[in-house]
Design a protein around this ligand. Sequence first.
Ligand SMILES: Cc1cc2nc3c(=O)[nH]c(=O)nc-3n(C[C@H](O)[C@H](O)[C@H](O)COP(=O)(O)O)c2cc1C
Length: 213
Amino acid sequence: MQYFSISEIKGWDRFYRTNFINSLQGYKPVSLIGTINEKGQKNLAIFSNIVHIGADPALIGFINRPVEAAPHTISNIKITGHYTINHVHTSFIAAAHQTSAKYASDTDEFGTVGLTPSFKEGFLAPFVGESHIQYGLQLVEIVPISHNNTFLVIGNITHVFLNEGLVQKDGFIDAEKAGTVASLGIDGYYTTGLVDRYEYAKPGRAPRKLDRF
Ligand SMILES: Cc1cc2nc3c(=O)[nH]c(=O)nc-3n(C[C@H](O)[C@H](O)[C@H](O)COP(=O)(O)O)c2cc1C
């Protein structure tokens, strides 16, 4: 196997090192976060450091880079307390990727990249009309990570919107059928293919594949 020590890695060119470290973790979910500010200015940005925190209450977290690097999403969430997370599909990867550009705070990324803001009754933040898996969240907590000035933004899921036919009979959401992509590093996008699903594992019992669902 190839071996790399952290002292060797630290000596590499910045872009090479960033690509290496960012892709080391493997595939990640990638979604668009939609927000609005106090003046009604919409904002949309792509995020891949998204993590399940708990099922009940239904909590999702994401990592926001230091505010100087990624200011708008986190500041809008602080102001309004609401945001949306929208899966990215193969049909609009380029537009989704483009939202990572450092646009000015008065730029509406929806219009600029060609995605459709979708407002739902009683929810402040915009969803992405093109996305087949959309959910709305209410801010619970922003945890500062002092070591590198990033933030873990935690939200409670309050609304879920799915295209018809994506929920299987046991509640599993078929993201592959929705055309959802995964990401690797900060510029690689992948389609997915289910290998198998398994029953809940128990000590002393051989793994069992789930019957077709
Ligand atoms: C594939 C991909 C994934 C990204 N994931 C994150 C992330 O998890 N957290 C983050 O802060 N920025 C992430 N970014 C960078 C943001 O999209 C970028 O900083 C954006 O301009 C933030 O916009 P905002 O200031 O409107 O929030 C990612 C970029 C790409 C291309």
